[in-house]
Design a protein around this ligand. Structure first.
Ligand code: GDP
Length: 325
């Protein structure tokens, strides 16, 4: 039985990836960063029906010795490093914490692999935020990085370090440059989930309006379920490589509002207002991914459209709020 270790297992991607790997017969171990009780933390895994099947191990990316002991004990065949301080806006308020977890945490993980598990295959969750101020209409693996936040800068460091360890030590390390991906399990602080939750609450009469930031930003939005499949495929190849994972289609935040509110029969213009509190010191105007390499080499393609994903998310938020009423 193949063994996988997932850091960030309690997040959106961790939950979908755990479900995928369990379905393929893997023994799945998850790094649990305990702060207080672990009950609420495992909510996403529970919602996908796999909280009892993932073996949780305590540890923290910023504690190298805990990682070494962990790898020694678990002896994973595949490691998926999904843990990060991943909220861009918060990275402006806590840049040092973001660097500690997202950049140094990856360095710790790579050192632990080099010392305790050099034969394991390693996936690094890189981010489209690394492209920042885009130089080309669509970004691929050769596009220059121009990070525009502490989060994105930390991710660039982690990305390069994976390449260094691949070149220098023969690590089977892959970077997946993941464009925005969402699902009903997405945290409420991210834009699409905030919108689907807002549309659900407003349609149920629990709120009247939704305060948003920059409505003109454009992003390439896919479904997390599709994106974790790309992660797994990367580690099944003969050679490690870096891959963009994206749909190739950009939608503005305004488009997302329009689609989500239309799903509950409302006009977003009657409810969405711009509040400067949600604007960022600098923002990324547009990112669109060119996933040609993933399509050709991994045979990967997204299976869920933006409209399908938004419907799934609004329905899930409606059900959650109705259950509380
Ligand atoms: P990111 O791409 O990782 O930063 O993902 P987010 O979901 O946090 O933000 C995506 C885009 O939505 C950014 O360009 C934000 O400026 C924009 N945006 C507009 N209004 C909001 C809002 O109210 N909350 C968040 N999180 N983002 C917003």
């Amino acid at each position: 039985m193949a063994r996988a270790l997932i850091t960030g297992v309690t997040g959106q991607d961790g939950a979908y990836l755990a479900a995928l790997l369990l379905g393929k017969g893997y023994e799945v171990h998850g790094l649990l960063h305990r702060h207080g009780g672990s009950e609420a933390v495992q909510d996403r895994l529970r919602r996908l029906g796999c909280s009892d099947s993932v073996a949780m191990v305590d540890g923290n990316l910023i504690d190298l010795s805990s990682l070494i002991r962990l790898l020694d004990r678990v002896k994973p065949d595949e490691i998926y490093n999904l843990a990060a301080q991943s909220f861009v806006r918060m990275s402006w308020d806590q840049p040092l914490l973001t660097t500690q977890v997202t950049a140094i945490g990856t360095a710790n993980m790579l050192e632990a692999v080099r010392i305790a598990s050099p034969g394991a295959r390693y996936f690094q969750a890189s981010s489209s935020e690394m492209f920042g101020k885009a130089e080309t209409p669509a970004q691929n693996e050769a596009t220059h990085f121009h990070p525009r936040s502490p989060y994105a800068s930390a991710k660039v460091f982690a990305h390069c370090l994976v390449q260094n360890y691949r070149d220098a030590f023969g690590l089977f390390g892959c970077n997946g440059i993941m464009f925005n991906h969402d699902s009903p399990l997405r945290g409420i602080e991210f834009v699409l989930r905030k919108i689907t939750d807002g549309a659900a609450r407003i349609s149920l009469g629990l709120a009247t309006d939704l305060a948003m930031g920059n409505l003109e930003a454009r992003r390439d939005f896919g479904h997390a379920r599709d994106y974790v499949r790309a992660m797994w495929l990367m580690l099944q190849q003969d050679k490690p490589d870096d891959y963009v994972v994206a749909t190739g289609r950009a939608a503005s935040i305004r488009d997302l509002c329009r689609i989500a509110f239309a799903h509950v029969g409302l006009d977003y213009q009657d409810h969405v207002r711009v509040d400067p509190a949600f604007l960022r010191p600098v923002d990324v105007d547009v990112t669109v991914g060119d996933a040609t390499r993933a399509r050709r080499k991994l045979g990967w393609a997204p299976e869920t459209s933006l409209e399908q994903m938004i419907s799934e998310m609004v329905e899930s938020d409606l059900a959650r709020w109705k259950a509380r009423m």
